[in-house]
Design a protein around this ligand. Structure first.
Ligand SMILES: C[S@@+](CC[C@H](N)C(=O)[O-])C[C@H]1O[C@@H](n2cnc3c(N)ncnc32)[C@H](O)[C@@H]1O
Length: 271
């Protein structure tokens, strides 16, 4: 059985997690198990997950819980550090990191609304150690219209993080936009069902450059991307052949034709 699931089942307090999370966490967190780290979980509930993290991680790891509900403070008697505050407030995060300093792992299992998830991500990105992660749980709320989530929308965590993908690509010199904090801090973003993980590592986020090996062996390495396909493929239909013969692949007409083909692929993922 998955080790974290075992710890979840053995936790002495109530907790609730989706069944797929345990394999995802195995994938994301196994490498930290033997290290002394600081893990912050937003959203304490009854404290069941704090116990789970404590028994999963190195015994000297520092586990901090954050919740808006002042009742959560009672868990301090069980040896957890608890900080009360509203994750949707920028000011809360300023005072939080002033008190706590940089952390390794920040898990958001709070209220799951757009403003809560996005504020938590943006306000904590500068306070995660290199090699650390911001993990947002329950991101299916980005697609829920009911229960006050009003999604899907441009303002959801998943929409926001999809826009961040462009920021990551600013590290490529072909993209002329200036690097921002997100380009400089977020090495990669991993998407799972209902979890998005932001992998933070400033050291891996420099401008990239093209590297070439064996230059003398370069023979067939020709840019073919806009050349015509002159191979006789019987499966090509007349439409295909017509466009191939009559239009350059750089022409506007060919681009419209390509978009029609891509729209068909879009239809597949919308089904
Ligand atoms: C799903 S429960 C957390 C469950 C817990 N992590 C577990 O796995 O057992 C969500 C928690 O988020 C807290 N919460 C809701 N809105 C919040 C906010 N704006 N800031 C901080 N915590 C919030 C709630 O008080 C509640 O304890």
């Amino acid at each position: 059985m998955n080790e974290l699931l075992k710890k979840f089942n053995l936790s002495p307090k109530y907790s609730i997690k989706w069944s797929n999370y345990f394999d995802i966490y195995k994938n994301l967190l196994s490498k930290y198990k033997k290290k002394k780290i600081t893990l912050v979980e937003i959203g304490i509930g009854d404290g069941g997950s704090l116990y789970m993290w404590r028994s999963f991680l190195h015994k000297k790891s520092n586990i901090i819980g954050v919740d808006l509900n002042p009742e959560a403070k009672k868990l301090e008697k069980d040896g957890f550090k608890i900080i009360i505050g509203d994750q949707s407030k920028k000011e809360f995060w300023k005072s939080f990191f002033k008190k706590v300093g940089k952390v390794d792992i920040l898990i958001d299992d709070g209220g799951h609304t757009n403003i809560q998830q996005i504020t938590t991500l943006v306000e904590s990105v500068n306070f995660i150690k290199n090699g650390g992660k911001i993990i947002i749980e329950d991101t299916h709320t980005s697609f829920m219209s009911k229960k006050g989530f009003n999604n899907p929308s441009k303002y959801s965590l998943v929409s926001f993080s999809s826009s961040l993908i462009e920021n990551l690509h600013r590290r490529n010199p072909n993209i002329k936009k200036k690097m921002n904090t997100f380009s400089k801090k977020i090495f990669s973003i991993e998407y799972f069902d209902s979890i998005v993980s932001f992998n933070i590592d400033e050291k891996k986020c420099g401008k990239t450059k093209n590297l070439e090996n064996n230059k003398k062996l370069k023979k067939y390495f020709i840019d073919y991307r806009f050349k015509k396909d002159l191979n006789k493929n019987k499966k090509n239909n007349w439409f295909n052949i017509f466009f191939e013969k009559n239009f350059s692949k750089r022409s506007v007409v060919y681009k419209v034709y390509e978009r029609l083909l891509i729209r068909k692929y879009y239809n597949l993922i919308k089904k």
